[in-house]
Design a protein around this ligand. Sequence first.
Ligand SMILES: [Fe+2]
Ligand SMILES: [Fe+2]
Length: 278
Amino acid sequence: MQAETHPGGPAIPVRRPRQVLSTSIPRHWVEDDPGTTHFFDALSSTFPFGESFFVRSVNCYRDRIEDPVLRERIRGFAGQEGQHSRLHDEHVEMLLGEGYRLIAVRNRIFERILRWQNRRQPRFSLAVTAALEHLTALMARRVLSEPERMTGAMHPEMGRLWRWHALEEAEHKSVAYDVLTIVAPGLWRRNLAMALVTVELAFEVWLRMAYMLYVDGLLWRRGVWTKALRFVFGRGGLLRGVGADYRAWYRRDFHPDQLDDRALIARHAPGITAEMTA
Ligand SMILES: [Fe+2]
Ligand SMILES: [Fe+2]
C-alpha cells in the first residue's frame, strides 16, 4: 500500500495487521538490554487506554469539521489508532502474563480519569491529544530515520510492531492538530497541554520501567539504567537531537507538517505494509 500525498498531508491507510505476538518473545526482547526493553514496554502499556482517549477526543468534534479531506483523515486516524490499541493490548496481556500485574491496575485508573476528562474538558482533551501526537511523531521520525539502530536489537516481532506503529504515527500526525486549530485554536491551551503531558509521560514511563525492573530484581543495577538512558538520550539515541523540533510546538505558527516526513513515509510504507500484512 503506497502512501499518496494530497493537500491535507499523506494518505492515512488503515492497515489491518495479521500479526499477533507469539509466545516465543522473551521477557527481555531487546537483546541483552532489560532497561531498554522496559522503556518500550512502559510506553506500549500506556497505548491501549491512551489511543482510545485520542480517538474519543478527536471524534468528539468530527461533526464540526466541514472539510471532506480532513473528515476522511479523521476516519483514517481513528482506524489506525484502533489497530494500534489492539496490538498493544496484546503486548499488555503479555506483560501481565509475565507477572507485571500492577500495570492493569494503573491502566484502569487512567482509563477512568481520561473518560472523565473527555466528558468534562473536551477541548483540553483534544489539545492533550495533539500534544501527545507531536511527541509520538518525533519518536516515529527517529525510528523511521534509523530503523536498524532503533529496532535492530529487538525481537523480530517487536521490531515489526514498532516500525509499523512509527510509520502510521508519521502518517496521521497532523490530524488532531488540524481539528484543534479549527475548534479550539488558543495558544495557551496548546502550550499548557504540551508542558503537562511532557512531564506526565516522562514520569509515567519512568515509573513503569522502575516497577518492571523491580519485579525482575534489577531495579538497583546501575548498568541496566545506564544502558537504557544511553539508548534514549545518548549519541544517536531515540531522543537525541529532537529538542528543536520539540520546542517548535510552542511557536505560534507551528504546524506538524513543517517537519516533512513524506520522503520517510514513501521510503518505508511498502516494506512495512508487506511485513505487517503478509
Ligand atoms: Fe498510535
Ligand atoms: Fe497517533
